[in-house]
Every structure is written in structure tokens, then in C-alpha cells.
Design a protein around this ligand. Structure first.
Ligand SMILES: *Cc1c(COP(=O)(O)O)cnc(C)c1O
Length: 433
């Protein structure tokens, strides 16, 4: 796969380079130079999940990696189920939270971890690889678990102190070993800005073998293309032949971007719904044409508390930065916390316990779905990850699955740090020794 940049159209990079560099030269994001249109989508949709995913990855990456390498990575990274659960007559949840960190970010993080190792092995690179990631909650756990105790790698997680759920925090801040968690005195936007500043420091990047696992990494997006195919495949197997509407709970807009790529590849999707919480930068833009990033506000669906969504640049690029084209391609809407609580209760009354992110997608989907259409909302996290906020809303206990119950007793090993670039860089330099 050949990639170019959202900002510099003459840029060219192969997948392995783009994945390792993370940001394109000049600060743009890597995007596919051209997306093929698959002429055998019906056949692909008949394949089982892992065979189809391997085949799609082979089409993207076959020019750089062997069939055996791609097959091994796919089987190892995506070794958990992706169920589609019917919630109402024409509404289904695609559950993306059955991986180790119980959120959809496992797909991207596990794929990235394996591809980075592959890339490093073939380059014969010396020295450690340091993955630096800013998290609003779920990326940290997915990335830390994907790299934990992998020889030759380190993970540094920057997260906004006090703004992630206790379970989320334990997933990355109680691991230790090669995982360092830094609790930043600030918001997710600060964390993201700090990470960006570190990557722009060439000396630091070289000294640590610094690489990113943020949702701007092209490898993460690539993995996330795969499950939109699974949604349509599972619907077909149940007799729903018409192209569905897919609703994506969005923060940094990586998941939505990957879904739009799937549609460009020929996946039959009627429309995508961009669903946000009170961080309404994108819905406001689609509504009134002015793109105004702003500081994020804290909500119940904290993994979507993003005021300046980094992947929007890719989506805008995909549609030639044309407001009308974007409005034609998308439906959109947002929920404040009161509406999110109401959605959680309504879904619960229907017999489906959602996490706050999935509830946002479900409620916006309901508003935007016509009666004759079939809708799928992405259930992006296990409800137990957010039990502290869910239990008072649903007025009952949410049981912890065993993987999370084990975490509860682990001590937190995170270090507090100021939202200050020099402080973060100094701490990172200590790692290089
Ligand atoms: C990260 C996350 C989102 C938002 O995904 P983006 O790709 O950043 O838009 C939604 N739900 C959950 C549970 C998440 O962890």
C-alpha cells in the first residue's frame, strides 16, 4: 500500500514507513494514495471473519509482507469474537469489546504491536522501541496490554489525571515492567499536544526509538476497516440483504474514518452516522460549515471527550474538504450527559446493557434511521469498564468480568506529571538512560 499525506500530496511512503513514522513529514497524516474497489465484495462477505480479514490485509500489504507474515499477524491479533447482537427489529449492536482490554481499540493496538515488531525484525533495528501514546481512556489499556512484556519494547502512556475511569486506569497504570503511565495534570487535549511535541523532537525520537500508537497511526486505522465488513457479513447471514446504516460513537474519528474507507473499498453501506457527546466540533461543522476546534469537555463517554479530533483531517481529505460532499456522505448528531443517561436506561429496558459510548451511537442512530432501514451501532466498550458511571444510572450492579476483577486488586504505579513539554521530555530521557 502506498500512502501520501493529507497536507503534502507529493509525499509517498510504504505502509511500514508510514506506520513507524506515524506523522507524515510536515505534520500531515498518512492516507492511502488510492483505495482499490474490490470487485468481489459478495464473495468476501461470505468468508468467515478471520479468513476475510487476512484476505483484505493481504490486498493492502501483500507488496511489503509475505502471505505467511500477514496470516500469522491477523490470526494472532484478531483472536477474539466480534458478535452482532439484535437489539430491536431493525437495530443491531456490533460488539467490538471482546478483546483483552474490553474495548474496540484492541483491534488497532494488537495489529499495530505485531506489525511494528515485524517491521523492526526485518530492519534488524537495534535498541528499544518506545511507544508513546496519549489516551482519553481506552487507547492506553489496549496499547499497554498489546505491548506489555514484549521484549525490546517500552510503552509510555500519557493520560489526563482523574478523567479516566478506575478500570481504564488500572488497565495501563498497574502493569509495570515495560509500561510507564504518566498522569498528566490536564485534559486529553493536553496529553495529545504533549505527545505531538515529543514526536517533533528528532533527538528524543531517535534516542528512544519513539513511535506512536495513537489513532492517527495508519496501522490502527487499517485494522479498523475490517469489522465494518463483518457487520455487513453477519447481517447477510441473518437474511438482511439491504445495505445498513452504521453508527459510530466518535471522539478522534478514527473509527468513522476506517468505516468510510471500507465503504470506498466497495462495502455496501447506506450511510454512516457520526455520533458524538457534548464535544460537538464535527456535528457543528456539518450543521453550519464552520470547523472550530475547541477545548474538550468532560462527559460520561470520556473516550470521546475530544475537542480537536485528529482523524477529521483524514475524513475531510477523503471528501476533498468539500462540506456538501461530507454532508451527503454522513448523518450526524450528539447527546449531552442527560440524554446519554436516558439512552442507557431505555436500552437497558429493552434488555441490552450498553456502555455510555455505545449508548450515544444507539440514540443518534435511532434519530437518524428510517423505519425501512437496518441500523448497526458500534458497541465500542464493555459496560463493566464504565460501571462507576453506569451503576447510579441503571440503579443496579454491573458485574465485573474476570479479566477486570483481577485488575481491581493491583496497585496503581502511575507517576503524576505537569502538562509541560519539558517535564515530559525530561522523564522520557531518563528512560533512554
Ligand atoms: C476511543 C473510543 C471511541 C472513539 O473512537 P474514535 O476512533 O476516537 O472516534 C469510542 N468509544 C470508545 C469506548 C472508545 O474507547
Amino acid at each position: 500500500m502506498i500512502l501520501t499525506s493529507t497536507r503534502e500530496p507529493r509525499t509517498r511512503a510504504r505502509f511500514g514507513e508510514a506506520m513507524t513514522q506515524n506523522l507524515a513529514p510536515g505534520g500531515g497524516l498518512f492516507v492511502p494514495l488510492a483505495l482499490p474497489v474490490f470487485d468481489d465484495v459478495d464473495g468476501l462477505l461470505e468468508l468467515p471473519w478471520i479468513e476475510r480479514s487476512t484476505e483484505i490485509l493481504r490486498r493492502f500489504l501483500g507488496d511489503e509482507y509475505s502471505e505467511d507474515e500477514i496470516t500469522a499477524v491477523a490470526h494472532d491479533a484478531f483472536d477474539f469474537p466480534v458478535p452482532l447482537v439484535q437489539v430491536a427489529d431493525n437495530v443491531h449492536a456490533l460488539e467490538l469489546f471482546h478483546g483483552p482490554s474490553l474495548a474496540f481499540k484492541d483491534f488497532g493496538a494488537r495489529f499495530l504491536a505485531r506489525m511494528l515488531r515485524l517491521e523492526r525484525d526485518r530492519r534488524g533495528a537495534e535498541g528499544a522501541l518506545t511507544v508513546l501514546t496519549a489516551t482519553s481512556g481506552d487507547t492506553g489499556g489496549a496499547v499497554a496490554l498489546a505491548f506489555w512484556r514484549v521484549p525490546g519494547t517500552r510503552v509510555v502512556v500519557l493520560y489526563p489525571a482523574g478523567r479516566v475511569s478506575p478500570v481504564q486506569e488500572r488497565q495501563f497504570a498497574s502493569l509495570g515492567d515495560n509500561v510507564l503511565a504518566l498522569a498528566v495534570d490536564g485534559t486529553f487535549d493536553h496529553c495529545q499536544a504533549l505527545a505531538k511535541a515529543c514526536f517533533l523532537d528528532r533527538e528524543l525520537t531517535a534516542a528512544l526509538g519513539l513511535t506512536s500508537a495513537n489513532s492517527i497511526n495508519i496501522a490502527r486505522l487499517t485494522a479498523q476497516i475490517l469489522y465494518s465488513f463483518e457487520a455487513v457479513s453477519l447481517l447477510r447471514r441473518r437474511g438482511h440483504r439491504t445495505a445498513p446504516v452504521l453508527a459510530v460513537p466518535s471522539g478522534n474519528f478514527g473509527n468513522l474514518c476506517a468505516g468510510l474507507y471500507a465503504a470506498k473499498l466497495g462495502l455496501p453501506v447506506r450511510s454512516f452516522v457520526a455520533a458524538t457527546n457534548a464535544n460537538t466540533t464535527v456535528p457543528d461543522y456539518l450543521e453550519n460549515g464552520t470547523y472550530e476546534p475547541r477545548p474538550s469537555v468532560a462527559t460520561l463517554s470520556n473516550a470521546m471527550d475530544v475537542g480537536d479530533p485528529s482523524n477529521w483531517e483524514r475524513i475531510a481529505h477523503l471528501y476533498g474538504r468539500d462540506w456538501s460532499a461530507l454532508r451527503a456522505a454522513l448523518r450526524w448528531g450528539s447527546l449531552d450527559d442527560d440524554e446519554t443517561r436516558a439512552a442507557l436506561r431505555a436500552l437497558d429496558a429493552q434488555g441490552y446493557t450498553a456502555d455510555p459510548h455505545a449508548a450515544v451511537a444507539w440514540a443518534v442512530l435511532r434519530r437518524r434511521l428510517q423505519k425501512t432501514e437496518t441500523g448497526v451501532f458500534f458497541a465500542t466498550a464493555h459496560p463493566a469498564k464504565f460501571r462507576e458511571s453506569l451503576e447510579p444510572v441503571l440503579e443496579r450492579e454491573i458485574p465485573l468480568p474476570p479479566a477486570l476483577a483481577e485488575l481491581a486488586d493491583r496497585p496503581l504505579l502511575s507517576e503524576p506529571i505537569a502538562a509541560d513539554v519539558e517535564a515530559v521530555k525530561a522523564r522520557l530521557r531518563e528512560l533512554a538512560g
